[in-house]
Design a protein around this ligand. Sequence first.
Ligand code: MF3
Ligand code: CO
Length: 260
Amino acid sequence: MIYIKTPQEIEAMQPPCTLASQTLGELAKWIKPGVTTNRLEAIAREFIRDNGGNPACLGYAGFPAAVCWEVNETVVHGFPSNYTLRDGDILGTDIVVEINGFNGDMCYTFPVGEISPEVKALCTTTKEALYKGIEAAKEGNRIGDISNVIQTYCEARGYTVVREMCGHGIGRKMHEDPEVPNYGKKSTGPILRNGMCIAIEPMINLGSRHVIIEKDGWTCRTRDRKPSAHYEHTIAIHGNTPRILTTFSYIEEALQERYI
Ligand code: MF3
Ligand code: CO
């Protein structure tokens, strides 16, 4: 069942979305060659708790961390580890924060040091596809309009779309109806109504679209071990222009300061 939020409930979605955004802004300062994902996980957990939030992924269906760590070929749901980031890696950081019973979900794929132009283009296209999807998230449109624009945009540039994992409704639960696939046909699926909150999250591969789940039961990686990029925002449907509840502005600010 798709739950339409009241204006008060949409307001209550904002604090966890803002704290998720600030947490990724904090991580942006630390993501560089030489740091382990275990260390970054500790920084994220402490930042969330110090700022009055709960790390909603930690313990969710047994997931062992506050953040899903997506190094290179890892598509989603990677564990933190003693892996030391290297120049040229990419690192997706997918986070869910809960405050007062509401959830904010977002993801950003960071370059580590200097990355190849090929991988940089994959990341740029995936981020652009997320914003194309958001543009299609208008009242009266359908879920398939979001799905179709993401698929079309990425495939036209030679990339492939992961099909096993989707975006989703979000609110009091991290995952609510409807599913928001990153591929599909225009004018299909549930109609978008004001007050619907959804997380849009394209997962886009450089090589083939196929993925496997590792023996740990969680870590999802590309079958061909080529890189995958992932960006996500939580939004509320609001007429022709949705409210984007999460933001990359803290991340962008931190990344710019690094080069000054
Ligand atoms: N954004 C991710 C998702 O929607 C968050 C997963 S948290 C986890 O699947 F606990 F399930 F890993
Ligand atoms: Co999500």
